[in-house]
Ligand binder design. Sequence first.
Ligand code: SAM
Length: 256
Amino acid sequence: MRQNISYGFQFSTFLIGVIIALLISLLIIIIFLILSPSEFFVFIFLLILFAIFVFEYCFINLSIKRYKKKVDYINKNIVKISKLNGDEIVLDLGTGSGATVIAFAKKLKKGKAIGLDYYIPPGDTILRKLINFIKINHIGSALNDANEIAKFEKVDEKCQFFKEDISKKLSFKNKKFDIITSRGSLYCISSKNHNNLFDEIDRVLKKEGKIIFQEPKKFFSWNMKKLEDFFQKKGYKTRIIRLPKSFHIIFYGEKI
Ligand SMILES: C[S@@+](CC[C@H](N)C(=O)[O-])C[C@H]1O[C@@H](n2cnc3c(N)ncnc32)[C@H](O)[C@@H]1O
């Protein structure tokens, strides 16, 4: 049974930690090449190596905590912006370990929150254990974690998670959802599939439904402007919301 909740951590923070640790190791090796090591120096060297491992471990843990705080803050705002009645059906695209779905499920009285992600890690392999150990959200422990966390938070009856590729046709009937969300997932989709993705979002969203996407403004072939243009052309009332005390932006649209 899960003892705590982790949605992974930011890969960039992990990399910074690794780079700092590598630089320190390199410096120590250079110093040891210059000085010929006595037994005392070898002992100090091993001690410093141990300290580097402890440093990296703490860095990762700190990153996991910071990432969870950030994800919780954004999701709290996404739920607030949605102005829930409590009986909605919500769809979260590229749900990862289900953080957004679970944030909605906590506030839903009668409705349901559904999360889609195409990543389910392989069984009990070394790769799976490694991914679990380092908890990188992007390659994800995804849907397995999502189900576990929903149980831990006692909202599993209001959540459903399915393995599905969101760049393809979605497996839901027209106008099923009141709210469609995504947090850092749409920008992962290849630009050649953007129009299909946006069309599918529009197809499965009810009239007067809402779309709430927290995505980067620009990232390689991803451009928030394209998203905005698409939904404005479809007649949606759209706006960009800047989150207070944060550089994150949220794209909000209402289907008229
Ligand atoms: C940066 S993570 C964000 C996860 C989650 N929304 C969160 O807030 O923690 C991006 C997620 O999108 C998923 N994803 C990327 N491309 C996808 C696709 N074509 N179909 C389904 N999921 C996809 C990845 O598996 C990953 O879990």
